[in-house]
Design a protein around this ligand. Structure first.
Ligand code: CO
Length: 134
């Protein structure tokens, strides 16, 4: 059911410093920072030949990554994003199998303007999974 790896997201305490490491030290193509107020994060995408890295920084007082950064003050891998052809069909199949969807279970428009859902890490090998309708 899942398809391509769309991106790996890394939550960081200092977005500018993380972007500099990827651009200057690792020599990658790095996008401009984009605030996502409805998601409580600022995102920078690192474009690699086969996938992307999503650098996530805190935006505002109720950011969903604040708790993660409290536990991982240097930053760390926050989620992986897999593509699916039909996000509602994927959700229905997963919930029928007992998996938990984070939030109200309805897809939201994610950082790429496409519908996304998050799956609970306790059901998926300890990893927060984002599904994105490709
Ligand atoms: Co993501």
């Amino acid at each position: 059911m899942i398809g391509r790896l769309n991106h790996v997201a890394i939550a960081v305490p200092d977005l500018a410093a993380a972007a500099k490491v990827y651009r200057d030290t690792l020599g990658a193509e790095v996008s401009a920072a984009v605030d996502q107020p409805e998601h409580g994060v600022t995102t920078i995408f690192v474009v690699l030949p086969n996938t992307k890295i999503e650098l996530l920084g805190v935006l505002g007082g109720a950011s969903p990554i604040a708790g993660f950064l409290a536990k991982h003050p240097s930053g760390g891998i926050h989620h992986v994003c897999y593509e699916v052809a039909d996000i509602k069909a994927a959700r229905d199949r997963l919930t029928a199998a007992g998996a938990r969807v984070v939030g109200d279970g309805e897809p939201r428009i994610g950082a790429h303007g496409k519908p996304v859902l998050f799956l609970h890490p306790k059901d998926f090998a300890g990893t927060l999974i984002e599904l994105e309708q490709a």
